[in-house]
Write a protein that binds this ligand. Structure first.
Ligand code: ATP
Length: 143
């Protein structure tokens, strides 16, 4: 008998970056910890951290997506993630993310010097985005 399936869609202001893909499981980091969702899971809505989302399809296939916060909603075997930005592993420009990491680290140093709490908060979030992209891009695709 065929395994039960669900679909996963990720939408961002730039459009749909992951479109209605069939999945047997997905794993995401919510503000309350990591969740693993299988088909027929009870409905849920949760806020996401800046972290990776892993979508498993079939036996071996797995997509890794760097997701920049947002929310996940799951019901009737449809998962929808709404985030400020999301990039699939193969779409991540690592050099750009490394440059963004360097800029964020410099901004953090500057914010400390100036005692600027707003700049510090913004720079820390930018740093998390950059590190998340670097981490997702560096994962072995077949792990
Ligand atoms: P940068 O300073 O490099 O623009 P950022 O964290 O400020 O990084 P965002 O505002 O989160 O960038 O994203 C703006 C757009 O650029 C989004 O569409 C996002 O998917 C894309 N993007 C950002 N960084 C990368 C990257 N390293 N590789 C691929 N796409 C990226």
């Amino acid at each position: 008998m065929a395994e039960p399936q669900m679909t996963v869609t990720i939408v961002t202001p730039d459009g749909t970056s992951y479109d209605n893909e069939q999945a047997s499981m997905f794993v995401a980091k919510t503000t309350n910890g990591e969740i693993g969702i299988l088909p027929n899971h009870v409905p849920l809505i949760a806020a996401l951290e800046i972290d990776e989302v892993r979508v498993k399809s079939g036996q071996d296939g797995e997509d890794e997506i760097a997701v920049n916060g947002g929310f996940v909603e799951f019901s009737n075997n449809v998962a929808t993630i709404v985030a400020d930005s999301a990039e699939q592993q193969s779409d991540i420009d690592v050099t750009r993310a490394e440059n963004a990491r360097t800029r964020a680290q410099q901004a953090i140093d500057h914010a400390h010097q100036e005692h600027d709490a707003n700049e510090l908060r913004r720079a820390e979030v930018a740093l998390r985005r950059a590190i998340n992209r670097i981490n997702v891009a560096s994962h072995n695709q077949n792990r």
